[in-house]
Design a protein around this ligand. Structure first.
Ligand code: GLU
Length: 470
């Protein structure tokens, strides 16, 4: 791959391609495209007997809506260009799914596997202090979340550091999302990105025009799916696809990949990997030597759910899937993107398809600001109402429902129900908005460009409404 390759330039290139289909003048387009604020830091942390200088970043791509929002990744591959690109994708992602935030992203350039939990905690807390010092964190300013290499544990360290330095701030819980449920998190956040990927692809598969073009039947049932990466996003996506009736024919991880024509049970593979330390040698499945081999195997839907650039000019020509769903951020290089489009493969773009995480983060933030969990006020009321309706119907018809049916009919919505249906609605609306935009403008070459057009229109209009430009 080209060592000069810039991820941020690639995002800008996609932006420029789409900008041609919008009506904004150059100044507004330039303002949307650039990163508004960049914080680069070096801070010392004592690891054992030695002082280590840690390199870290937080980039706020857009202030057109506040707070800014986006995850924090821990990886030794983190660099400024990557954080800028990912923060830009967050702006477009939030706009597409109508989450009223500007985009941001953070990163610490470390391999978390090389540090103890104790050291990671001190690095995370020090990073948070740096963000506080520069006002790059706060419920109304900038709200981090998990990303590659981070999770609930890191978010609770961030929260605790923030609270300690903001005593009495009533909205402090909203300074970070993706927290454990016991620390102000929301139920359903952990699996949100994977579930969003499933809802998004399911909606694409329900669209007859699109499926006819690809030579596929509508619906998710029976579709052959390969998922690359069994981390939080990949694992949950694969599980929801399987539950939705798809056949998981391939799974890939660092150490290799496996394939089974008749379908793999995702949970069983996950447990096998936990037990043996490897995805390979799963009973009934064929081993592939390389982890990337699964990407090239036959299937209907390919879900790259790990890191960026896994599909590039070395393997794009060998992809056999009809649909590639970008669960990861930036899994395709621009070259690969063009090759796939030329081959007639539908690429469902990252910045909308993996928006489930930030959508549910938005629900978590709202919960934190309102200080009440979803369903708390209405759940019991709804159950009583439903119970009354059921008993009225029983009296009128003289028939009794079974206990099982009663449970189903009476059930009042609790937090997980409301979060999931909110996410489902969001992903369905976003998918249809993008497909509609594409259909209304047939010269738009691909779905990524259509998604960018939708995003640019929303961010651009919001700048115009702000009245910044005469
Ligand atoms: N890191 C996730 C993303 O890239 C989630 C961001 C968030 O919840 O703010 O979309």
């Amino acid at each position: 791959m080209n060592p000069e390759y810039s991820f941020f330039d690639a995002v800008c290139k996609s932006f420029d391609k789409a900008a041609k289909y919008t009506q904004f003048d150059e100044g507004i387009l330039e303002q949307i495209k650039q990163c508004n604020s960049v914080l680069r830091m070096h801070f010392p942390v004592k690891i054992g007997e030695k002082v280590e200088v840690i390199k870290a970043y937080r980039v706020q791509h857009s202030h057109h809506k506040l707070p800014c929002k986006g995850g924090i990744r821990f990886s030794d591959m983190v660099n400024l260009d990557e954080v800028m690109a990912l923060s830009a994708l967050m702006t477009y992602k939030c706009a597409i799914v109508n989450v009223p935030f500007g985009g941001a992203k953070g990163g610490i350039s470390i391999d978390p596997k090389k540090y103890s939990a104790y050291d990671l905690e001190r690095i995370t807390r020090r990073y948070t202090s740096e963000l506080i010092k520069k006002k790059f964190i706060g419920p109304g300013e900038d709200v981090p979340a998990p990303d590659y290499g981070t999770g609930e544990r890191e978010m609770s360290w961030i929260l605790d550091t923030y609270i300690a330095m903001h005593p009495g701030e009533v909205e402090a819980l909203g300074c970070v999302t993706g927290k454990p449920v016991t620390q102000g998190g929301v139920k359903g956040r952990r699996e949100a990105t994977g579930l969003g990927v499933f809802f998004g692809i399911r909606e694409v598969c329900n669209n007859k025009d699109v499926m006819d073009r690809l030579g596929l039947s509508t619906g998710i049932k029976g579709k052959k799916v390969i998922v690359q990466g069994l981390g939080n996003v990949g694992y949950h996506s694969a599980k929801f696809f399987q539950e939705g009736g798809a056949i998981i024919v391939g799974l890939a991880e660092y150490e290799g990949s496996i394939y089974c024509e008749t379908g793999l049970d995702v949970e069983a593979v996950f447990q096998h990997r936990k037990k043996t330390g490897s995805i390979l040698n799963f009973p009934g499945a064929t081993n592939f030597a390389k982890n990337t081999d699964a990407l090239e195997a036959p299937c209907d839907i390919l879900i790259p759910a790990a890191l960026e650039n896994v599909i590039n000019d070395t393997n794009a020509n060998k992809i056999q899937a009809k649909i590639v769903g970008e669960a990861a951020n930036g899994p395709l290089t621009p070259d690969a993107d063009e090759i796939l489009t030329q081959k007639g493969i539908l690429v469902v773009p990252d910045m909308y398809l993996n928006a489930g995480g930030v959508t549910v983060s938005y629900f978590e933030w709202l919960k934190n600001l309102s200080h009440v969990s979803y369903g708390r006020l209405e759940r019991r009321f709804m159950e009583n109402q439903n119970a009354n309706i059921v008993s009225q119907i029983e009296t009128m018809t003289g028939n009794k429902v079974t206990d099982e049916q009663r449970k189903l009919l009476v059930h009042g919505p609790d937090e997980i129900d409301l979060v999931r249906s909110g996410l489902e609605d969001t992903m369905i609306k976003a998918t249809n908005e993008i497909l509609e935009c594409w259909k209304n403008n047939p010269s738009i070459p691909d779905m990524r460009t259509a998604a960018f057009v939708v995003a640019i229109n929303k961010v651009g209009n919001s700048y115009l409404e702000l009245g910044i430009f005469p």
